[in-house]
Design a protein around this ligand. Structure first.
Ligand code: SF4
Length: 141
C-alpha cells in the first residue's frame, strides 16, 4: 500500500489481480497466456488456473489461438475500465470470497453490493468530482 495515496501498488497485488491488471493493460488486443506467464514468472499450470478463475468470474475471455504452430490461449478483458487506474480500488481485488464468486454461482457480481457500491462511487467521481469529494469529506469528518 502506498502511504501517500492509500492505494495498492502492483507489487502488492495478489497473483490473480496482477494477471487481470496486465490483461487490462493490453486492451482489446489481448495477451497470449505463454507471454503472460513468462512476464510473471509463473508455471503454465499455475497461470492457467489463474486465467480460468478470472474467466469463471467473467473478468477475462480466453480464446484458443495458433501461435507459431502451437495452440495457446489469448486473454482479453471481458470489459475495459475507463482507465486502468480505475480498477485499483475494485473490491474484487481484496474480496475474501472471490474464489467462490462466479457469474452462475450464489456469490456473483450480478448480486454483489460491494461491486455495485464501488461502480456508483466511481461513476459519481467521474461525472461530478467536486460533489463526490465534498460527500467523501462529509463522511470522513
Ligand atoms: S463477491 Fe463481489 S467483491 Fe467479491 S469477487 Fe465477487 S463481485 Fe467481486
Amino acid at each position: 500500500m502506498s502511504p501517500s495515496t492509500g492505494k495498492k501498488s502492483s507489487e502488492s497485488l495478489d497473483p490473480a489481480s496482477t494477471v487481470y491488471k496486465l490483461v487490462v493493460e493490453q486492451g482489446r488486443s489481448g495477451i497470449l497466456q505463454s507471454g503472460l506467464w513468462k512476464a510473471l514468472n509463473l508455471t503454465s499450470r499455475d497461470g492457467s488456473r489463474l486465467a480460468l478463475r478470472l474467466e469463471k468470474r467473467g473478468m477475462v475471455r480466453r480464446e484458443k489461438v495458433l501461435d507459431e504452430g502451437r495452440w495457446t490461449y489469448k486473454l482479453t478483458p471481458a470489459r475495459l475500465p475507463v482507465q486502468v487506474k480505475a480498477i485499483e480500488d475494485a473490491p474484487c481485488l481484496t474480496c475474501p470470497v472471490e474464489n467462490q464468486c462466479s457469474v452462475v454461482g450464489t456469490i456473483s457480481s450480478s448480486s454483489c453490493t460491494l461491486i455495485s457500491d464501488w461502480v456508483l462511487t466511481e461513476f459519481r467521481a467521474v461525472n461530478n468530482p467536486i460533489q463526490s469529494q465534498n460527500r467523501t469529506d462529509q463522511l470522513t469528518t
